[in-house]
Design a protein around this ligand. Structure first.
Ligand SMILES: Nc1ncnc2c1ncn2[C@@H]1O[C@H](COP(=O)(O)OP(=O)(O)OP(=O)(O)O)[C@@H](O)[C@H]1O
Length: 232
């Protein structure tokens, strides 16, 4: 199973995007500053935007799910339980994962943005598609919920997961790192070898690298463990 970007281009006003590369099975991080084009790339990969030139080719991918950056853009039902059902899920399962079981009959717009994000993230994860595209999955979440979301992502043991995010504090273990810079997609490669060339790496990783440590992955705990190893 893989998704190939073949000389992909897309233009909108003064913004233009370009990218090539292959996303295989595993968890991939597309990192980059605000406005660099991550959401646009997610929409192109989901087939919701048409490229100006080039192509997105899916091989062995039968199901695709995109989690939109703004959770309110998903809302189609007057109740939280109905919202989960609209994703084709058993509401109790989704509400349990989102820790919103007590809010089943509430209006989704009465949830806080973080709660609504928890709901849509739980729904996207439970759909368990071949290709899971998560646009800023950690935005609006508190630290505890970000950590739980990372753990669930890491447990996904099949398919292609692409996390588009400018998050620089709480991140999941990933297999590859990509960066968007002013619309250009650059592959940094497989983790851990990719970490030193990750330009927007979190400061804890930069610090560990500067100290001569070699983190095995991109989480704060990986940086800590690498520092412990060299300090004995
Ligand atoms: N619907 C739109 N119409 C016009 N311009 C848009 C639209 N959506 C995004 N843009 C512009 O396209 C560029 C890329 O935006 P995009 O949302 O892909 O960036 P991003 O990296 O996802 O940013 P963020 O980290 O804030 O989510 C930005 O300059 C943005 O202002």
């Amino acid at each position: 199973m893989r998704v190939e970007l073949l000389d992909l281009t897309f233009s909108r006003g003064s913004f233009s995007l370009r990218g090539s590369g292959t996303f295989g099975e595993g968890v991939h991080l597309v990192s980059g500053p605000v406005g660099s084009g991550k959401s646009t790339l997610a929409l192109l990969l989901a087939g919701l935007l048409r490229p100006g030139s080039g192509d997105v080719r899916r091989h062995g991918v039968l199901t695709t799910q995109l989690l939109l950056q703004f959770p309110e853009h998903h809302v189609t039902s007057p109740t939280v339980a109905g919202e989960a059902a609209s994703w084709g899920l058993i509401p109790d399962d989704a509400l349990r994962l989102a820790e919103l079981s007590a809010r089943a009959d509430d209006d989704p717009f009465h949830l806080s943005r973080g709660e609504l994000k928890r709901l849509t993230l739980a729904c996207a994860l439970l759909r368990d598609p071949d290709l899971l595209l998560l646009d800023e999955p950690f935005a609006s979440l508190d630290c505890v919920t970000k950590k739980k979301a990372c753990a669930v992502l890491e447990e996904r043991d099949s398919g292609i997961t692409i996390v588009f995010s400018h998050e620089r504090a709480i991140l999941p273990r990933v297999d590859t790192i990509w960066e968007m810079e002013e619309g250009a997609l650059a592959a940094r490669g497989s983790v851990p070898d990719a970490i030193p060339s990750w330009r927007h790496a979190p400061s804890y990783l930069r610090y560990a690298l500067d100290q001569g440590a070699r983190p095995e992955n991109i989480r704060l705990s990986d940086a800590r463990e690498a520092l412990c190893r060299i300090r004995g």
